[in-house]
Design a protein around this ligand. Structure first.
Ligand SMILES: [Zn+2]
Length: 197
């Protein structure tokens, strides 16, 4: 059975999709102001996976856009950003998760993008501890002069999107982030759409 190629990810959920070398995945913010956590693994070797750290280091930037690359933990190029209608995405934050909601946001029992990602990746044998820090699409963040890390309202409006062209066969997982207590998703979680273009 082949995976569906176009996928609507409802609010507060996620999906996994296979993207072959040379194919381009478009990730669409359907209603606007919605963050989508993006992670990827080598299709044929899950020990290769997205490294937000190496992606930052190799670009010498904390924010990447069209023409920049997503690198693996092994310094392989996994994706090239080939189109970006927004320009503000986050490479600093790990996925939101149960511990964060309970201990930082005072919402005990709420689960986050980490639990969503591990849920959709479980069928591929990828456990929660193996989920890497994501490329947080449409998530806008900045660092204050006193080093405080701030989450801003995303710049993305309805239909804004980013296109990522695969440099290797990849297993990709994407969320529609469930956070609703801050500006992260404009206060309300909404859908994300994936298209192969
Ligand atoms: Zn999240």
């Amino acid at each position: 059975m082949s995976d569906p190629r176009d996928v609507v990810i409802p609010a507060k959920s996620g999906a996994a999709i296979h993207v072959r070398k040379g194919e381009t995945l478009r990730v669409i913010d359907v209603e606007g102001h919605q963050v989508a956590d993006f992670v990827c693994f080598g299709e044929h070797d899950h020990a290769s996976f997205l490294s937000a750290g190496k992606t930052r280091m190799n670009a010498f930037k904390v924010r990447i856009s069209t023409g920049d690359f997503l690198f693996s933990n092994r310094n392989e190029v996994m994706f090239t950003i080939t189109k970006d209608t927004v320009g503000a995405h986050d490479l600093l934050f790990p996925p939101c998760n149960r511990w964060l909601y309970e201990n930082v946001f005072d919402q005990p029992g709420k689960t986050g993008c980490l639990e969503i990602l591990s849920g959709v990746l479980a069928r591929y044998g990828i456990e929660e501890g193996a989920v890497p820090d994501p490329f947080n699409l449409f998530m806008k963040t900045h660092v204050e002069p006193d080093n405080e890390l701030v989450i801003d309202l995303p710049d993305s409006g309805p239909g804004d999107h980013i296109e990522l062209t695969a440099a290797m066969d990849c297993l990709v997982a994407v969320t529609a982030c469930p956070e609703e207590g801050s500006q992260c998703n404009g206060g309300r979680s909404t859908a994300i759409e994936l298209q192969m273009v």
